[in-house]
Design a protein around this ligand. Structure first.
Ligand code: ME8
Length: 666
């Protein structure tokens, strides 16, 4: 039996309310937990709130409240919000819980017993916003914190230090022997080079304020808030021996801003305490909103529950998991959300059901018809479906939920193409019942499979879909793998449910109404018009040779010396993420793996020819040494992808076989 799947979110600071960013982490963790539950694994999903530290003490004071009263008031909205977003944590930990404080003290004692704590004086810089110590080198001019844009404070106080320096080699070994400890891989490189650069001992207690867990045996000190906070993942399990067996965690889902704490400090504390290490820390990217960083005011505007009320909670979950490649930054664009709702959910999924189910009611008395005369001629269109769904499962496990959804939609595209070609309406018109039955049964069974594969992301809509198929809700149970395997409950004679629109279309008027009701700004006027290259693939036309006729020069560029060609750094790239660029309908924003530490950001005029998801995983040829080119605010391309043809029907230049990302093309 496999180990249980124990997944966590960061525990959120209570100086803020739940916003789209924190909702993103929580939904992602919930999706992954649901996937593992569907696979029959025992699962445990934890979230909570981080309530100690100077930041909270100060905000409480500003509000004229005792810190605990403030914490009680501010923690509640988190606990109440997550179920409204269809997130179902098994426990909600607060760092002010007695159980947490008791076990955090125990963790401290274990670290102390290893001889890893010593008393000293900390003198240096501290950003209260980050609750983090910084060296002068890490701060901008005026000792300003890069994240909060406010000056860090100078601190000098007695403190306990944790001998982090002692763990440098063991941490490097960990990253070497278990490279999946930090994901995505580009983040592992960041962490490795930080640790390889040398680790200083870490101040782990504070004496100039008191809102924290008291240090065992020395109540003048409270624990550094990150020591206390990180401990939550372990403390929550300790009061119950059955739960204690869930340690180590399978996956800590965190934002990239707090990777250092999770990938360096946390494993070092655990090594010191003699405890097993979590299997993986996954750092996802940051959401921007309409291209802007989420400021405090925006965070309050874009309320995830209001979005869920307006568009449906499952639509919000789908959009966040599909439009933003997990592990990378992405933009939340409400217009794109509506476009995806209408196209992906309404047309590709909802409509598919509408294309077949009504026949069952009209022609087969609301029952699953027998399929003893299968319409073989178009079945090949469905032959890739089991493989698409298998790959969707693999992608959820990776974890790459955006890829999983792309695979599911690939199955839906195949099914729609199958319906187009097999034309069940013709069979119905001709009264050819066996043929009609053959077509609809195949599509209904595919939708049955899709309902399970989709359940982790859209539990409500997946169950609504099942209801129309006459099936009960997806109910995971330990030991029972529900992932689509070809088995079906839709046997001849089974009763189907009533037909209803799963995703009623949102027309432009309704869209404008919903967006206005959310108080979201209308789309910003298009930024500086920098035209996408009309044929992004084609190298810039060379100037015609003096005296040469214009047309001939365009068709037949002048010859160049080999040395000139050799200046072009052509590489094989693998597209790891692709998304549309809001308000630029020709452009796609891509991340392309060129074998470098980070995938390259490349903007290409491919959008009229390719759906972004169709490009993910493709090998492309990239001009890797072009000067960066700006396509508007914050949109910079660091390379060019080669393709041929008019912009509506481009063909990508590629290579045969599977050369490694970054391979030189000569
Ligand atoms: O850091 N996009 O809490 P926090 C995506 N208490 N995710 C975002 C985001 C955005 N724009 N903004 C926030 C803390 N997040 C500590 C954690 S854990 C032991 C202690 C998400 O309230 C993302 O997961 O500042 C980020 O890491 C987290 O919220 C920070 O939450």
């Amino acid at each position: 039996m496999s180990r249980p799947f124990y997944v966590t979110t960061p525990i959120y600071y209570i100086n803020d309310v739940p916003h789209l960013g924190t909702a993103y982490s929580t939904i992602a963790a919930d999706v992954l937990r649901r996937y593992h539950a569907v696979r029959g694994e025992r699962t445990f999903f934890l979230t909570g709130t981080d309530e100690h530290g100077l930041k909270i003490e100060r905000v409480a004071k500003e509000r004229g409240l005792a810190p605990k009263a403030f914490a009680d008031e501010m923690s509640a909205p988190f606990r109440e919000t997550w179920p409204k977003l269809a997130c179902a944590p098994d426990d909600f930990i607060r760092t002010t819980d007695e159980r947490h404080e008791r076990w955090a003290a125990e963790l401290w004692k274990r670290v102390a017993a290893s001889g890893d704590l010593y008393e000293g004086t900390y003198e240096g810089w501290y950003c209260v916003g980050c609750e983090a110590y910084y060296t002068e080198k890490e701060l901008a001019e005026g000792n300003v914190c890069a994240t909060h844009k406010t000056p860090a404070e100078r601190v000098r106080e007695p403190s306990y230090f944790f001998k982090l320096s002692r763990y440098q080699d063991r941490l490097l070994e960990l990253y070497r022997d278990h490279p999946s400890f930090v994901a995505p891989g580009s983040r592992l490189n960041e962490v490795k080079s930080f640790v390889a650069g040398g680790l200083s001992d870490l101040s782990v207690s504070r004496t100039t304020f008191s809102w924290g867990v008291p240090v065992p045996g020395d109540p003048r000190h409270v624990m550094y808030v990150w020591f206390d906070a990180l401990a939550n993942y372990w403390t929550v399990l300790q009061d119950d021996p059955e739960r204690a067996a869930l340690w180590p965690a399978s996956l800590h889902v965190v934002g990239k801003d707090i990777l250092r704490f999770h990938a360096i400090y946390w494993p070092a504390f655990l090594m010191s305490a003699g405890l097993p290490l979590p299997e993986q820390v996954f750092a996802h990217g940051f959401l921007t909103f309409g291209g802007q960083k989420m400021s405090k005011s925006l965070r309050n505007t874009v309320k995830p529950t209001a979005l869920a009320d307006a568009f449906g909670v499952d639509t919000l979950r789908y959009y966040l998991m599909r439009a933003i490649a997990f592990g990378q930054d992405g933009d939340f664009d409400v217009h794109d959300l509506v476009a995806r709702y209408n196209a992906d959910l309404g047309n590709a999924l909802g409509n598919l059901l509408q294309r077949v189910l009504p026949f069952c009611h009209r022609v087969f008395e609301g029952l699953v018809p027998p399929d003893d005369a299968p319409p073989e001629e178009h079945e090949a269109l469905l032959s890739g479906v089991p493989e698409s769904l298998r790959m969707a499962g693999e992608a959820f496990a990776t974890p790459a939920p955006h890829v999983a959804l792309e695979r599911i939609w690939s199955a839906l595209r195949d099914a729609n193409a199958y319906v187009d070609r097999s034309a069940p309406w013709d069979a119905a018109k001709k009264g050819d019942k066996p043929r009609l039955a053959g077509i609809v049964v195949r599509v209904l069974r595919l939708l049955e499979s899709v309902s399970v594969a989709l359940w982790p992301v859209m539990p409500g809509k997946a169950d609504e879909l099942r209801l129309q198929l006459g099936l009960g809700p997806v109910s995971p149970s330990v030991g029972l793998d529900l992932w689509p395997s070809g088995a079906t409950a839709l046997v001849a004679g089974a009763k189907l449910g009533e037909v209803a629109a799963l995703f009623p279309r949102i027309d432009p008027d309704r869209q404008a109404e919903l967006i206005a009701s959310l108080g979201l700004a209308p789309p910003a006027p298009a930024a500086v018009a920098v035209a996408a290259p009309s044929a992004p693939a084609a190298p810039a036309a060379s100037a015609p040779a003096p005296g040469a006729p214009q047309a001939a020069a365009a068709d037949q560029p002048p010859s160049i010396a080999y040395d000139d060609f050799a200046k072009v750094d052509l590489r094989v790239g693998v597209v790891v993420a692709a998304e549309r660029v809001p308000r630029k309908d020709k452009l796609l924003s891509l991340r392309v793996d060129l074998g470098e530490a980070e995938p390259r950001a490349i903007v290409a005029g491919l959008a009229l020819s390719f759906a972004p998801e169709a490009l993910v995983g493709k090998r492309v040829l990239v001009v890797a040494n072009l000067e960066p080119r700006t396509f508007g605010k914050g949109l910079v391309s660091h390379g060019m992808i080669l393709a041929s043809g008019p912009s509506e029907s481009l063909t990508l230049a590629t290579v045969s076989g599977e050369p490694a990302a970054g391979s030189r093309v000569k």
